[in-house]
Design a protein around this ligand. Structure first.
Ligand SMILES: Cc1ncc(COP(=O)(O)O)c(C=O)c1O
Length: 365
């Protein structure tokens, strides 16, 4: 049997284990800021919707219930400013990571095709290209890419790990360029509602897409905005033809969002109050950590949105990881996201208020 896993990058998190052990040995316990996993409660209204939907013996559909499609389309119009979103423009997925990882395969890409993504990026874009046997390509600016053989262009704004946000003008230029060259754009916008010093814009906004979703799909997740990482709840929205093809393939693959999760998604997408509450928690944690990092010599770059501070002491990232681990604080080395991150660390502000306050105290002592 040929090994598929040997095509994939080495899972880097094992390299962090010794630093985790050091941080865990701190008398006050570890403050783990290395991963962006939500720690606050699932909103009550979402828990109730999930609980009310436990008696669902039948198979769910891949396309989701009509109510879910309404909820997704309504959210896209309300929160993204997208116009004319119908049921054919939406597709639920089982958390966005599975879509990112399997999209090139599901689009039928393979050897000879190229898949591009930002030089500093969430590692799953590369994984997706490699699972399909396509060529992964990194970019600084997408419009400088050679379009030959380029079939899929990933955007990620706000960015993981840097928190950088693409402006409306940049997005419009990228969309124009991609359309000119027949390159399909998938825009991973899972941090879109987490802008702090910038207003993230979707590719589906009329001023970016010109009122047509042709060649454009945006990807959204409820993991971060609604603390639903454990539910696996996400969706794609945009070009109807692309989504129809994905729907056909995914039906054969049995990629169904469980029915109780679909009910939870409807409740979550219909409510903006819990998002505002969660944002306020993150804003306070971000403010505290950013100030403390800066006072102890770590400068932050970008970081205008998302759940991360992209910070540097202008030294190799593993030295910074080591120094912070000595204080009982675990962060992610920037080179996990590409060699260009080798002098940065990614500091997630998804820990509890108590742990973040402890990190601030340790950084300032
Ligand atoms: C940029 C980006 N895309 C996608 C995901 C996957 O999110 P989920 O699978 O929980 O929807 C993450 C998770 O951290 C991410 O940072």
């Amino acid at each position: 049997m040929p090994s598929v896993s040997s095509r994939l990058p080495v899972f880097p998190w094992d390299r962090l284990e010794p630093y985790k052990a050091t941080a865990a040995a701190h008398p006050g316990g570890i403050v783990d800021l290395s991963v962006g996993t939500p720690v606050d409660p699932v909103p009550q209204l979402v828990q109730r919707a999930m609980a009310d939907a436990t008696d669902r013996p039948g198979y769910p559909t891949v396309w989701g219930t009509s109510e879910l499609r309404d909820a997704v389309a309504g959210w896209c119009e309300r929160r993204l400013g997208a116009v004319g979103v119908g049921h054919r423009n939406v597709l639920p997925v089982v958390g966005s990571k599975e879509l990112v990882a399997w999209l090139p395969v599901q689009l039928g890409l393979g050897p000879g095709d190229r898949v591009a993504y930002p030089r500093l990026a969430y590692p799953t874009y590369e994984v997706g290209a490699r699972l399909a046997g396509a060529e992964p390509v990194v970019y600084d600016s997408p419009t400088e890419l050679d379009p030959t053989g380029l079939k899929l262009l990933w955007l990620n704004s706000p960015s993981n790990p840097t928190g950088r946000v693409l402006s409306l003008r940049e997005l419009r230029e990228i969309v124009e360029w991609a359309r000119q060259h027949g390159v399909l754009v998938f825009s991973d916008e899972c941090y879109l509602e987490l802008g702090w010093e910038a207003e993230p814009v979707s590719v589906l906004h009329p001023e970016v897409c010109g009122g047509s979703f042709e060649g454009l799909v945006s990807v959204h997740s409820l993991s971060k905005r609604s603390n639903l990482a454990g539910y696996r709840a996400a969706f794609a929205a945009g070009d109807a033809e692309v989504l129809e093809e994905l729907l056909l393939v995914r039906k054969h693959g049995g990629m169904m969002t469980p029915a109780p999760v679909q009910a939870a998604m409807i409740a979550a997408l219909g409510d903006d109050d819990h998002v505002a509450q969660q944002r306020a928690r993150y804003a306070a944690r971000r403010e505290g950590l950013r100030g403390a990092l800066s006072r102890c010599g770590l400068a932050t770059e970008h970081s205008e949105a998302s759940l991360y501070l992209w910070a540097t002491r202008d030294e190799p990232c593993w030295d910074t990881v080591g120094a912070l681990a000595e204080r009982g604080i675990l962060v992610a080395p920037g080179d996990f996201y590409g060699p260009a991150g080798e002098r940065f660390v990614r500091v997630a502000f998804t820990a509890t208020d108590e742990r973040v306050a402890e990190a601030v105290r340790r950084l300032e002592s």
